[in-house]
Design a protein around this ligand. Structure first.
Ligand code: HEM
Ligand code: HEM
Ligand SMILES: [Fe+2]
Length: 481
């Protein structure tokens, strides 16, 4: 990918900016995986890097890097698709580039501070300078405010371009959804001394991101990508998109209740959470059907007309199909498993949650964002048809096997915790530790670490492929011509 800076085929500055975001995203993804590996080893060898690189820090950087790389890839995807969807160059793209650098410097400083200041007491000044202490959104306050400014610049660019350019259904949903997505971030900036109230608002960001606004976001990406890759009919993908928007917001907003079972909120949240979160898998099935339906339909049309089916980007399409399956499995199935309060009272806070967290974030978001990177590369190198290489295949197979393997291992660990710690020993402090010393748990954690290594090897293939596939495909294309 780096090589593409020099030999960029993209005429659009907005697309170039999109590629800049993609590059940082992939670096942060790598950092995320390394931190995950350290934390996974610490599960089996608790003394590993103790007081040098503590579990609390490795875990924190792991999940914050996750959120940040995904946001980078999302910004990248938006800047990349704007010129295609609106028919014009992004307004204020110069300012957008400045914002990119400001954000990247801020992220670097925040991570360095996490690493250098690992322990110490919390105070008003540590909230401002070091760490806010809110899982997934730990950035200190100064960075919080900086992020709001950068996002305002971004939103202004998207909005003004949308208003001036052509208004497709995809862009309309994108613009409205981005406002909700960005606005929700503010809910994670309130301060109260009451931990229940703090958690109440914090969930607005985390849950309403991943189960509402981010889902709608990937719906728009899938719609755009399917048009680009397989020539899907715009009317069809946009119809699906509107249905998904309706269903996602319909179930996702009150589905929030499944995080309000045990944090001190009123008991009526049990019924609300149970009902609406149980409905959440429905739109995920719709998204799944959407991708496969469009693909099947395009194939049918191609056969009837007697020409070959259009497939302009093999690796991107593979990742998008993985997204359809992964979103349904990780969020829908693994989410549904523990979403009823009757079940959640046993599974809450066990490794079962981590199993769901991994498969859902990976399946619903990592997959399609990687797909968008391949789409970006195709544009950057001016490739007509991008075919999967051996490295693309190794990347996708190893990463998917690794994450599925980790999910199964964590599900087994969680199952053991439910049976031993919760049902049999009564969920006390001693029970918590007793359950973690039994062989089922220890073996499951060992398998998780092994499957983590498989994932990481897959990631190396992925990066290697992203760095080389464009040039290779262009040489092949030139040889043909
Ligand atoms: C792509 C969408 C989703 C993502 C990325 C996601 C991710 C996560 C993550 C990371 C957690 C752990 C949060 C923590 O640290 O406490 C979590 C918790 C939870 N998720 Fe999801 N989730 C998604 C969709 C769903 C859906 C559709 C359902 C229900 C059908 C669901 C049900 C739950 C429940 C019940 C919990 C609470 C677990 C506990 O008791 O601690 N999730 N989710
Ligand atoms: C090299 C591969 C990976 C390893 C070894 C790994 C390991 C870990 C470990 C040890 C934790 C802490 C769990 C705990 O506190 O009980 C964790 C948390 C988490 N990881 Fe990973 N991880 C890897 C890849 C990923 C990927 C690819 C994703 C998503 C795209 C991801 C998403 C998460 C999330 C959301 C959490 C928080 C879960 C929760 O609190 O329920 N990880 N990971
Ligand atoms: Fe949720």
């Amino acid at each position: 990918m780096l090589a593409s800076i020099k030999s960029n085929h993209l005429q659009s500055e907005s697309k170039k900016l999109g590629m800049m975001y993609f590059r940082v995203a992939i670096v942060l993804f790598g950092a995320q995986l390394l931190m995950g590996l350290i934390a996974a080893i610490q599960f089996i060898m608790p003394g590993f890097l103790f007081e040098i690189f503590d579990f609390s820090v490795a875990r924190m950087v792991h999940i914050n890097a996750l959120v940040v790389w995904m946001l980078y890839a999302m910004l990248g995807a938006v800047y990349y698709m704007i010129p295609d969807e609106t028919g014009m160059e992004t307004v204020g793209v110069g300012l957008g580039k400045l914002a990119f650098w400001v954000l990247t410097v801020a992220v670097t400083i925040v991570v360095l501070v996490y690493i250098f200041v690992q322990v110490g007491s919390g105070s008003e000044s540590t909230i401002w300078l070091i760490n806010e202490g809110r899982e997934y959104l730990e950035a200190p306050r100064w960075a919080d405010i900086g992020i709001v400014v950068v996002v305002l610049v971004f939103y202004w660019n998207v909005f003004t371009t949308f208003m001036k350019g052509q208004k497709t259904g995809i862009m309309t949903v994108m613009v409205a959804n981005l406002m909700a997505l960005a606005g929700l971030y503010l809910a994670g900036m309130f301060y109260t001394d009451n931990i229940s109230m703090d958690q109440f608002w914090w969930w607005w960001v985390i849950h309403l991101w991943v189960e509402a606004t981010w889902e709608v976001f990937v719906g728009t990406l899938a719609a755009y990508a399917l048009i680009k890759i397989i020539n899907a009919k715009r009317e069809i993908v946009e119809m699906w998109l509107w249905i998904e928007v309706l269903m996602l917001f319909g179930s996702g907003i009150l589905g929030l209740g499944h995080h309000y079972f045990w944090i001190g909120t009123p008991e009526y949240w049990w019924e609300i959470g149970a009902l609406f979160s149980a409905l959440e898998p429905v739109p995920l099935v719709a998204m799944f059907v959407h991708v496969l339906y469009d693909w099947g339909k395009e194939q049918g049309i191609a056969e009837q007309e007697g020409h070959k089916n259009v497939m302009r980007n093999g690796p991107a399409m593979a990742w998008i199909v993985a997204n359809a399956f992964g979103n349904f499995l990780g969020a829908g199935v693994w989410g549904f498993f523990h979403t009823l309060p009757q079940v959640n009272i046993y599974t809450h806070g066990t490794q079962f949650t981590a199993a769901h967290g991994h498969l859902a974030f990976f399946g619903a978001y990592a997959t399609i964002l990687i797909g968008m990177m391949y789409l970006g590369l195709q544009g950057a190198y001016g490739i007509k048809t991008l075919k999967a290489t051996f490295k693309s295949k190794m990347g996708i197979v190893l990463i998917i096997s690794g994450v599925l393997g980790m999910t199964v291992a964590l599900t087994i660990a969680g199952y053991e915790q439910v049976l031993v710690e919760r049902a049999e020993l009564g969920a006390g402090w001693n029970a918590f530790f007793a359950a973690q010393e039994l062989p089922w748990y220890v073996q499951a954690q060992t398998w998780r670490a092994i499957m983590g290594v498989v994932t990481f090897v897959g990631f190396i293939y992925l990066v290697w492929d992203l760095l080389t596939i464009g040039k290779q495909a262009r040489l092949a294309q030139q040889a043909e011509a």
